[in-house]
Design a protein around this ligand. Structure first.
Ligand code: SF4
Length: 281
């Protein structure tokens, strides 16, 4: 985040604590962020900011924050050094590795983080200068299946959709708590909007009783480790009732044939997922 020395003046910026990057306004004093509020002029988040953004100064200026580069000594302790020295020494070591082993010796690990995107452009230019295109990150582990499905659905693996929570009739929240974690944009506003609208429903499937579960129309409090059975049972009931999107399936799949209901879906749901509160059909 840009730090500006001034008082009583709001500066437009963005929160970097999660991938939503809400538009915020910050008031600063020297290097400290003294006030934060959602930026109403931001076209996507329109003034929304969660409780984490209020703590930006803590993350920016906490007592353990490093304020200079540190060079490790042989005994494991560190010397504080200035930035010019650090950059010069690191650049020399990178050049040494490249001339001894070639550019392919470098691999970028990172860039799959949730909110801090600065590593992307900086690391790309560094890897270009080193002559390497090797990279891997946490997304390769977490999202490979997601990218594969994107490729088949949309024709390109990098075409990625976000949940259309704003317009959904039924929001199913499985094993997460967007009220606190903000997994989608303007999470609290949207959960409250669904709660107040009699024509929209919120189903939470979670062993824990969370704030989102408390706001739901139905909280299925499943036993830990039984989510696959619950989802299979739900699919079985959808198919038995003829609720599948037949036109979509005909146009987008080959060889689709419902496997039928190999088990008593209602019994599975009854055994592993007791409604903590609520009901809807
Ligand atoms: S949801 Fe919260 S943490 Fe995420 S970008 Fe917005 S204000 Fe920051």
């Amino acid at each position: 985040m840009t730090t500006v020395s001034s008082t009583n003046q709001w500066h437009s910026t963005a929160c970097g604590l999660c991938y939503i990057n809400c538009g915020i306004e910050a008031m600063t004093e020297g290097r400290h962020i003294v006030k934060v509020r959602g930026d109403r002029a931001h076209p996507a988040t329109r003034g929304y900011a969660c409780q984490k953004a209020q703590r930006l100064n803590h993350y920016q200026n906490h007592a353990d924050r490093l304020t200079t580069p540190l060079r490790k000594r042989r005994d494991g302790s560190f010397d504080a050094i200035d930035w010019d020295t650090a950059i010069r020494e690191i650049a020399q070591r990178l050049r040494d590795v490249r001339s001894r082993y070639g550019g392919k010796a470098f691999v970028l690990y990172g860039g799959g983080g949730q909110g801090n995107h600065s590593g992307g452009p900086y690391s790309s230019s560094l890897m270009r200068a080193m002559g390497s295109s090797n990279k891997y990150n946490a997304l390769a582990q977490e999202k490979t299946g997601d990218f594969w499905v994107n490729g088949w659905l949309f024709g390109a693996q990098h075409v990625h959709t976000a949940e259309d929570v704003e317009h959904c009739d039924l929001l199913v929240v499985l094993g997460c708590n967007p009220w606190m974690a903000h997994g989608f944009r303007n999470a609290r506003h949207l959960v409250n909007a669904i709660k107040k609208d009699p024509n929209r429903k919120l189903l939470v499937i979670d062993p824990r009783r969370t704030e989102t579960a408390d706001a739901s129309d139905l909280h299925l409090q499943l036993r830990p480790g039984t989510d696959a059975y619950v989802l299979a049972a739900m699919l079985a009931i959808i198919l038995r009732r003829g609720g599948e999107a037949r036109a979509f399936l005909a146009g987008h799949t080959t060889g689709f044939a419902p496997a039928g209901t190999p088990f008593n879906a209602e019994l599975v749901l009854r055994e592993v997922a007791l409604p903590a509160h609520g009901t809807f059909r």
